[in-house]
Design a protein around this ligand. Structure first.
Ligand code: SAM
Length: 287
């Protein structure tokens, strides 16, 4: 997978050289290129921002360097006739985009912004299946809106939020997304099965958080590991893990339980949820 990251702080991305992602890069599974947006400025001060039209506090990132950066990374030889029909909803990977003249392969452009739609594990899975992603790290009050509009005429563009809080810049958001995506690439994790057990993993437990985990020693500071985990009884262990996942989800993220289809809950699940104080059996959404 190829990743291009455009930022005014390339040094923010040093962590991509370590741990899992560093290994993935060295193994050739992940080709990450970090670009300094200021390389596409032409004045002495290498200016990337200006005052906002309409007034107000702060500065806005100028469209010119962003336009040139994207033109360099994704040369505009691609036909521009047909914009992304529904911005942010295109499900396919790097693709032949537009109609008419010779089609070209283009990346998906991902713009982190608190005003985007929430980034989820499902997005990470979807992005991990794409061959080429470009990330645009905003700063100040964000990037002039015309940059995303223009880019959308020649590549799919997603504006995504990491959550309901405001960071100082897009760099940390991009690091988070790259890690979430990168660990899903085939060959990156030592044990690919662990992905299937993750909180939010697509599949049967999709709406459940992962329950508690333990390792050796069996007793630590007078706290024993639950006996069931030492029993070797796989069926009982799976049931215990599901019970704990249900309890933790009811406690920390009850709204996730509303995504479970009623038939996804068996009698035992319902008993566990009822005991955890979550409404079932006609009282609420899990029924
Ligand atoms: N004035 C903007 C607003 O309220 O929507 C916030 C701009 S923020 C200070 C600067 C940059 O940080 C944004 O352009 C974006 O790249 C990044 N950023 C901040 N919070 C974010 C979040 N929750 N998710 C993703 N990116 C975020």
């Amino acid at each position: 997978m190829k990743l291009d990251i455009v930022t005014i702080f390339p040094e923010y991305f040093a962590p991509l050289d370590i741990s899992l992602l560093g290994k993935a890069r060295r193994a050739g599974l992940l080709d990450v290129r970090v670009h300094d947006l200021r390389d596409w400025t032409h004045d002495r001060h290498r200016t990337v921002d200006d005052t906002p039209y309409g007034g107000g506090p702060g500065m806005v990132m100028k469209p010119d360097p962003w336009g040139e950066a994207l033109d360099t990374l994704v040369p505009p030889t691609t036909p521009t006739a047909e914009p992304d029909p529904e911005p942010g909803t295109d499900e396919s990977g790097a693709r032949e985009f537009g109609a008419g003249a010779a089609p070209a392969t283009v990346p998906r452009l991902i713009i982190p912004t608190p005003s985007g739609r929430p980034f989820t594990q499902a997005d990470a899975v979807r992005y991990a299946a794409e061959p080429w992603l470009v990330f645009a790290c905003g700063r100040y009050e964000g990037i002039d809106t015309r940059v995303a509009e223009e880019a959308r005429t020649r590549m799919p563009v997603d504006e995504v939020s990491l959550g309901d809080f405001v960071l100082a810049g897009g760099e940390v958001a991009v690091l988070v997304m790259v890690e979430a995506i990168g660990r899903l690439l085939p060959g990156v994790l030592g044990n690919a099965d662990s992905v299937a057990d993750d909180s939010f993993a697509p599949g049967a437990m999709e709406s459940l958080l992962e329950g508690p985990v333990y390792t050796k020693p069996p007793v630590w500071r007078e706290r024993p590991v639950p006996d069931i985990l030492l029993s070797g009884h796989h069926g009982a262990i799976a049931r215990w893990r599901r019970d704990e996942a249900l309890r933790r989800t009811a406690r920390h993220r009850p709204e996730l339980l509303s995504h479970l289809a009623p038939e996804a809950l068996d009698k035992h699940d319902r008993a566990v949820l009822r005991e955890a104080g979550f409404p079932v059996d006609g009282e609420g959404m899990a029924d």
